[in-house]
Design a protein around this ligand. Structure first.
Ligand code: ADP
Length: 163
């Protein structure tokens, strides 16, 4: 039941100075940060990470997305917790900020719609990426982190959240 998931605070989150607020939400929920690093990825790496987006959403979306994801450094983190994959997706909210619920990261810190972004040929700046399911989480964590970059340690969560 204890899972690991990948979360990316994308360049728009970094440039808007929202890293602390977003990281706090995960810490407040009792999720354990077991890996974190700031990375400025290139298009080739972006294509590896978003390998299925062209098929799911179309080539035009992938092109816009790659522009957004490579425009500055991002913060990559591995979070660990009970049903972490599902919990983190719930906290992140829906893909389109316009329809993401209040209380979610995308719903609280953004409001752009698909119509607006697509009309302007822009990627949706929705601040974060989170693995969609446990299988994807495993694949994505293998892409982003080396084994030795993920740490095992005791935190207060072990005593007060997990026990
Ligand atoms: P999610 O990030 O919620 O799992 P997807 O994997 O389907 O969603 O899409 C990847 C990213 O592509 C989204 O987070 C968003 O930044 C961008 N994106 C998706 N659809 C569009 C669109 N219609 N126009 C612009 N950008 C989009």
């Amino acid at each position: 039941m204890i899972e690991r998931t990948l979360i990316l605070l994308k360049p728009d989150a970094v440039q808007r100075g929202l890293m602390g607020k977003i990281v706090s939400r995960f810490e407040d929920a009792g999720l354990k940060i077991i890996g974190a690093k700031m990375v400025w990825i290139n298009e080739e790496f972006g294509k590896k990470h978003y390998f299925d987006v062209a098929q799911r959403r179309g080539e035009a979306v992938l092109k816009r997305l790659l522009k957004v994801i490579t425009q500055g450094p991002l913060l990559a983190m591995c979070l660990e917790g009970i049903h972490a994959v599902e919990i983190v997706r719930k906290m992140v909210g829906g893909t389109e900020p316009k329809s993401a619920l209040p209380g979610t990261i995308r719903g609280d810190f953004a409001h752009v719609s698909y119509d607006y972004a697509d009309g302007k040929d822009l990627g949706i700046k929705n601040l974060v990426h989170a693995s969609a399911n446990p299988e994807e989480a495993k694949q994505e964590l293998a892409l982003w982190f080396k084994k030795e970059e993920l740490h095992t340690y005791k935190s207060v969560h072990d005593a007060h959240v997990l026990d």
